[in-house]
Design a protein around this ligand. Structure first.
Ligand code: CUA
Length: 318
């Protein structure tokens, strides 16, 4: 049960409470299923022969089976699991009033995750996408909202599902007890690429987290490599800045993911493909062929050298 996506392998307090409910319910289900299949097998096998050998059966018997098996046993089982579930549900999700000032705001979009980090000062704010870094060993509150339809935020090893509902804010409190990469996904059908709406939560030590924050808060570095510098020109002249932002440049749009530190992220297209030089080329040229339905259009106007320069620029956005 060590799967990266297993709710029965909790890596934080919220997921542990859910697993402590999940295990007994799973075991109870398995026992019920075993008894049920046993009875079905017994019924199927107990009498063999022709119809003549079996006179019409006595319809008056068997009431004990109905009362015990049909009412008492399910009644006790359902009541016990209901009471246990209500007890666990009371802790979720975190009410707005109880929440710490959420450090992170996640906005669901078709089909990716906008991640906004907040801080006490305006200079601490930054925006990223599809990767959420958190420090280990302390609770982190995340505000959940959506820009379009209902999505659901789910990191199985850290917490249950919490929906992102139009016009509403929900808050989720996650905490990871061990460092690691915890895969997450959208858990509410939201259109063509619902299954391709993934993300990662990266839990790391306090120092590492602080270093990550500091790097992310900086605007994009000035391009010193000539190819990357040419690529920046290509980027700014093409359609890219109409959808994407790169902090510290003239690109400020918020339609698509913020690209300021794109090179520090490990995937493209919301966890769809690993980010490497080949997928960057393919994504820029024809993203819909890689991920059908993505809002990123195919950009076939670049010449070969322009495309290489553009990818060099994207790879330099560390
Ligand atoms: Cu977003 Cu399913």
């Amino acid at each position: 049960m060590n799967g990266a996506r297993s709710v029965l392998a909790p890596a934080g307090p919220a997921a542990r409470i859910l697993a402590e409910l999940g295990w007994p319910l799973l075991i109870a289900f398995l026992i019920t299923a075993a008894v049920m299949w046993g009875l079905i097998a017994w019924v199927a096998l107990r009498k063999r022969g022709t119809f003549d050998e079996h006179a019409p059966s006595d319809a008056g018997g068997g009431l004990g089976w109905v009362i015990i098996g049909g009412f008492i046993v399910p009644g006790v089982a359902f009541t016990a699991s209901f009471v246990a579930t209500i007890g666990v549900l009371r802790g979720f999700p975190v009410e707005q009033e109880q929440a710490l000032a959420p450090e992170i705001r996640v906005i669901g979009r078709q089909w990716w995750w906008q991640v906004e980090y907040r801080g006490p000062r305006l200079a601490d704010h930054f925006v990223t996408a599809n990767e959420i870094h958190i420090p280990i060993g302390r609770p982190v509150d995340i505000e959940l909202a959506t820009a379009d339809v209902i999505h659901s935020f789910w990191v199985p090893r850290l917490h249950g599902k919490v929906d992102l509902v139009p016009g509403m804010k929900n808050t989720i409190r996650i905490e990871a007890t061990q460092a690691g990469v915890y895969p997450g996904a959208c858990a509410e059908f939201c259109g063509l690429q619902h299954a391709g709406m993934r993300f990662q939560v990266i839990a790391e030590g306090a120092d590492e987290y602080q270093q990550w924050l500091e790097r992310q808060r900086r605007p994009a570095i000035a391009m010193t490599d000539p190819q990357a510098s040419r690529g920046e020109t290509v980027f700014m002249r093409a359609a890219c800045p109409m959808c994407h932002a790169v902090a510290g440049t003239a690109a400020l749009a918020t339609v698509g993911p913020d690209l300021t530190h794109l090179a520090s992220r490990s995937t493209l297209g919301a966890g769809w493909v690993p980010k490497d030089i080949a997928t960057l080329h393919a994504w820029v040229m024809n993203a819909p062929s890689l991920k059908p339905g993505t809002r990123m259009p195919a950009l076939t106007q670049f010449t070969g050298p322009e495309l290489h320069d553009l990818v060099a620029y994207l790879e330099a956005l560390r």
